[in-house]
Design a protein around this ligand. Structure first.
Ligand code: FES
Ligand code: FES
Length: 178
């Protein structure tokens, strides 16, 4: 059919083959076509990170790519992170460190951190804050999110600048957004 493309993707270990609109965004495919609504839409303009998923292990904002561009790829959404009934360590750390309030940013934050800590298991606080620059949270002030990430680094805690360091005005001090 004109304007449709056939796409085969593996999402959370399940293979899907679908005909989708050529210009459909991946976030729409995940939420509307296969019903994985854990991936959120915040801004739809690549600013907030709520739509972050893993594409072959790398975090991507799923509102910035077409479903067709994911053809042949492995995608992990928040629904696919826990395994055998066990939360992923990043999810567990969020729970233990009270790193969420409304939870809207949480799936994207968690997946961004999974990717970051896979690449930099010994990341320090500043590297974690920098790595989360593309993910916005309106509730937590970021401090508990960074604390959660720090709690599971390879060094078992963050070294580096104190928690009050802001990065590009996004990650705030414990007193609120910069
Ligand atoms: Fe994709 Fe905000 S919805 S970055
Ligand atoms: Fe509400 Fe982050 S917990 S936006």
């Amino acid at each position: 059919m004109t304007g449709q493309v056939r796409v085969a993707v593996t999402v959370n270990g399940v293979r899907h083959v679908s005909d989708v609109p050529a210009r459909q965004l991946l976030v729409s495919y995940l939420r509307e076509d296969i019903g994985l609504t854990g991936t959120k839409i915040g801004c739809d303009t690549s600013s907030c990170g709520a739509c972050t998923v893993l594409l072959d292990g790398e975090s991507v904002k799923s509102c910035t790519i077409f479903t067709a561009q994911a053809d042949g790829e492995d995608i992990t959404t928040i629904e696919g992170l826990a395994s055998d009934g066990e939360l992923h360590p990043v999810q567990r750390a969020f729970n233990e460190q009270h790193a969420l309030q409304c939870g809207y940013c949480t799936p994207g934050m968690v997946l961004a951190l999974v990717s970051l800590l896979r690449e930099q298991p010994d990341a320090d606080e500043q590297e974690i804050r920098r790595g989360l620059e593309g993910n916005l949270c309106r509730c937590t002030g970021y401090t508990p999110i960074v604390r959660a990430a720090c709690s599971i680094t390879a060094t078992g805690g963050c070294t580096g600048p104190p928690e009050t360091t802001a990065v590009d005005g996004q990650v705030s001090s414990p007193d609120g957004p910069a």
